[in-house]
Each structure stands twice: as structure tokens, then as C-alpha cells.
Design a protein around this ligand. Structure first.
Ligand SMILES: [Cu+2]
Length: 509
């Protein structure tokens, strides 16, 4: 796919009905520093995914999900083929409570095999929804398990061997909110869709006919499939009217490959209150947050100040590795965004004129049971590598590896004893940052290059970004579920890297 065939964001915006109002009002695309006005730049109301609490059947809560094909009107008058769950694009927010016994009936109606993985949940391997649980077209897969999580945000997405990237790109993904006794008592914004909103952040490329067919180039397999059109809950150029002073955003980086550095256009500070798998012990005040694919964070922002403002991902600095240097070493190959040097404007927030005041948020959110390094039973190390030279043919099984091996579904890479506490040391000798994700457990980051992680990473995690030449150590306990047959996965969450082989599997026995 040549660059010319990719939708050019600027020229598209000029002709797009979405931008006619902005352009006729004499407005231009906002720059990071030039957005401190009450301008209305986005014209589409943010889609809020339907909230699905399941239905009680005896002691069980049942969720009925159908993965299906559909069409989505991203651009006015243009129909784009997409896929979703219980709809044409993305899926409902599933809401569960710690201790719930749930059954998820997942029907596949897309015409080809896929899977649905419950990212971040601590559940038996045979219900994990990974490569070993394919669902054929027309079939229904019905895993059932007990929710054993602290309150946090999880998500679901396909995880079929070699097809994860394509199926996620087409739109199959949704959030899972888990509540617990503790979180329900906290004085936090909690009116879904009003002052408590899930945000699935992604980016896509569109062809001139409006299609977003998944056709990665060789470069995309190396850099990851990075789009030039930002989407929040599948909405292009969305706005949200905030009717209350404090707005709680449940952020999910659901992109195939893009790492986002999220901030507000007026650089206002906000409070991070949760990581991937738990609340933080106390709120952490920051001005920006980095989320790599698969990672989640919850933040609370005060919308006071009188102006509309934008949630954005800061412009990429440094540039992709294909273009030479890696700059800060944070971002991998995002040619489209570099070309324009513009921020990714995810969501315009419009404070309502008479927004309701919110109570301040608590200073104590939870307690985390920190694992003790002295209790460690075993240490393992995982080196993520990429062969970049002309000799490194894609599909040779050598281009994307962990510990020199490319994923093989018939090979078990690690075997862990049930109830063991382990330290995993992650390293990366490639030029790309890789978000390392492990199934089954929520881990605790011990260090980055020997230093304690910053306060925003001191919560439970299941995905962690490992920068080039960085060493990240985490500790985790592999308890509750043993299975001699079905493995769990660990992999890079840049989906093109995962599909190209940067994945391995472990048994807990
Ligand atoms: Cu990777």
C-alpha cells in the first residue's frame, strides 16, 4: 500500500462534511498551544458504548455477545465496512462485580473463525479466549468463571493466531468495568455516560472510498499499523458536553500499534486514579500520561475554566525508526502523524454553562497487597527482539521474537508452578518500544532500569511498555488456576508484532 493510496487527512477534512462548520467559521486544525478558546472544533457527539450489566439467572450473570459484520458511517454519507460486538462497531461496556459468577455466550457471525479474549482477567486458561479457544463462524462459545479482580477496567478483543491485528482493526473490542465493595463506596464520579465515561482510543487509516481494509505493508509489520485518523469510541472528531465539574475518564489504548501521550490542549493537570488492574492507592496529579496498546488508566479531570478543551495525544517527537533516529525512543514509526506534526485530537470536552459542582475525590483509594521479593520462587527473563535487515524475511519465524523464538502454538515456552511468586525481567534489544502483556496475572512493577517506577505505575498492571535498551522487572503470583493442557500467552501488544511471532505461552501446573 503506497502512501498515496492512504486517505490524506488534511485533504479529506477539507471535503468532509464533518469539518464544513469549522472551516466556514474560519477555524483551522488546532495546534497544541493554540486551543485555549471556547471554539467548537468537533461536530460529532461522542458515542457512549451501551452498558451491559448482564442478566441474572440463578447465581449466574449471563452476557450474550454476538460478533458481527456491519457498516459504520464514520464520514457523513460514506458507509465503511466494520465489525463489532452486538453492533456494527466496537461493543458494549460489560459491567461486573468482584465475586460475580459470569457466563459469556459469545456467538461468532462474521463468516470466519475468531476468538474473544478477556484482557486482564484472572481466569482459567481454557476460558481465556486466546489462540487455543477459536470460535468458528456460526458457533457459540460459553466460558464461565468467577470475577476475581480489584475494581478496574479490562477489555475484550479477538486473539486468533495470526489474525488478532486484523480483527481488532476491523472494530472488534469493548471494555469491561469491574466494581468491588471498596470502589462502590468511594466518592468518585460514577454516573455512566454523564460524568463517568469509557474511552476506547484508537486510530485508523481510510482509503479514498472510505474503506479501512486491513492491508499492512512490510513497514507496517515492522512499525505496527498506525493510522492518521484518531477515534474515540469509534467516533471521528467527537465532542462531549460535561454536565458536572469532575469528569472521570476510563482510558483504554485500543490501538493496534500507536503509543499515546495523552494530555489536554490547555495543559491542565488531572488526577490518575487507576492503572490496568486496580485503583492507585492514592490519586496522582499529572499533566500527561503515556498509554501503550493494551494499557488502561482512569483519570479525573476538573472541567472548570470556562473554555472548551481537547483530550489529545501529543505530536510524535523524534520520529519513527524507519526514518532514522528514534528520538526519545518512545514512539515507533508513525509516518502519518510526523508528516503533519499535529496532535491527535481525540475528544473535545465542552463544559456545560451551568455544570454541577462535584465533591472532591478521596485522597485514599485502595490498599494493594504488595508482594515481597523475599518470597520469590523463581526468576525468568524475556528478551524482545526484531530482525530488521533485508535478510529478515517476514514469516521466516525470525523477524519478531521473544528469547530468540517466534510463537509456536505447539510449543510450551515456560512452565510455572501453581502458587509460585515469580519475578520476570523484560528487556528489549530492538529499536522499537514494545508493550509486554501477560495473561492470567496482575503484576507489580518493581523497577525500570533499576529505578522504582513512577507513582502512576504503582498499581496492578498486566501490560507494561518496555523501551529500547530498557530493563523492566515485575513480580506476580500465579495462583488459583492450574491446567496441564491449556496455556496462557505473553506477548507484545503491538498487534502486528504479536501476529508476526512476538508471543510465547506458559502453563501453570
Ligand atoms: Cu512489539
Amino acid at each position: 500500500m503506497s502512501k498515496l493510496s492512504i486517505f490524506n487527512r488534511r485533504s479529506f477534512l477539507k471535503t468532509s462534511a464533518l469539518s464544513v462548520v469549522a472551516l466556514s467559521a474560519g477555524l483551522v486544525l488546532p495546534k497544541l498551544s493554540a486551543f485555549a478558546s471556547a471554539a467548537k472544533l468537533h461536530n460529532n457527539p461522542l458515542a457512549i458504548p451501551a452498558l451491559d450489566m448482564g442478566t441474572k439467572q440463578g447465581n449466574k450473570t449471563i452476557f450474550n455477545l454476538e460478533i458481527q459484520n456491519g457498516e459504520t458511517e464514520f464520514f457523513k454519507g460514506v458507509k465503511t465496512k466494520t465489525r463489532g460486538v452486538n453492533g456494527a462497531l466496537l461493543g458494549p461496556t460489560l459491567r461486573m462485580k468482584n465475586g460475580d459468577d459470569v457466563q459469556l455466550n459469545v456467538k461468532n457471525s462474521i463468516g470466519e473463525t475468531t476468538t474473544l479474549h478477556w484482557h486482564g482477567l484472572h481466569i482459567p486458561a481454557k476460558y481465556d479466549g486466546g489462540p487455543h479457544q477459536p470460535i468458528k463462524h456460526g458457533e457459540t462459545w460459553s466460558p464461565e468463571f468467577t470475577i476475581m479482580q480489584k475494581a478496574a477496567n479490562f477489555w475484550y478483543h479477538p486473539h486468533l493466531m495470526g489474525k488478532t491485528a486484523e480483527h481488532v482493526w476491523q472494530g472488534i473490542a469493548g471494555m469491561i468495568i469491574v466494581d468491588d465493595e471498596e470502589s462502590e463506596k468511594l466518592s468518585l464520579p460514577k454516573e455512566y455516560g454523564v460524568d463517568d465515561i469509557p474511552l476506547v482510543l484508537q486510530d485508523r487509516r481510510f482509503f479514498k472510498d472510505g474503506s479501512m481494509t486491513y492491508k499492512p505493508s512490510r513497514h507496517d509489520i515492522m512499525a505496527g499499523m498506525i493510522g492518521d485518523v484518531p477515534l474515540a469510541n469509534g467516533t471521528i472528531e467527537p465532542y462531549f458536553e460535561a454536565k458536572k465539574q469532575l469528569l472521570r475518564l476510563r482510558l483504554l489504548n485500543g490501538a493496534n500499534a500507536s503509543i499515546y501521550e495523552l494530555a489536554f490542549s490547555d495543559n491542565r493537570s488531572f488526577k490518575q486514579i487507576a492503572t490496568d488492574g486496580s485503583m492507585l492507592e492514592k490519586p496522582y496529579e499529572i499533566n500527561s500520561i503515556i498509554l501503550s496498546p493494551g494499557e488502561r488508566a482512569e483519570i479525573v479531570v476538573d472541567v472548570s475554566g470556562g473554555n472548551n478543551f481537547m483530550l489529545l495525544s501529543k505530536p510524535v517527537e523524534g520520529g519513527g525508526m524507519m526514518g532514522g533516529g528514534m528520538g526519545s525512543g518512545m514512539m515507533g514509526g508513525s509516518s502519518s502523524r510526523e508528516e503533519y506534526g499535529i496532535p491527535f485530537n481525540f475528544l473535545e470536552i465542552r463544559p456545560a454553562e451551568n455544570f454541577q459542582k462535584s465533591p472532591s475525590i478521596p485522597s485514599k483509594l485502595t490498599n494493594i497487597n504488595w508482594l515481597d521479593e523475599k518470597q520469590v520462587d523463581k526468576e525468568r527473563s524475556f528478551l524482545m527482539s526484531m530482525q530488521m535487515g533485508p535478510m529478515a524475511m517476514l514469516g521466516s519465524g525470525k523477524s519478531h521474537t521473544i528469547n530468540g523464538k517466534s510463537m509456536d502454538m505447539k510449543r510450551i515456552d515456560e512452565t510455572i508452578k501453581l502458587d509460585d511468586i515469580e519475578i520476570w525481567e523484560l528487556s528489549n534489544d530492538s529499536n522499537f518500544a514494545h508493550p509486554f502483556h501477560v495473561h492470567d496475572v496482575q503484576f507489580q512493577i518493581l523497577s525500570r532500569n533499576g529505578k522504582k517506577p513512577h507513582a502512576g505505575e504503582r498499581g496492578l498492571k498486566d501490560t507494561v511498555l518496555v523501551n529500547p535498551n530498557e530493563i523492566v522487572r515485575f513480580i506476580a503470583k500465579f495462583d488459583d488456576f492450574a491446567d496441564e493442557k491449556y496455556p496462557y500467552m505473553y506477548h507484545c501488544h503491538i498487534l502486528e508484532h504479536e501476529d508476526a511471532g512476538m508471543m510465547g505461552q506458559f502453563l501453570v501446573v
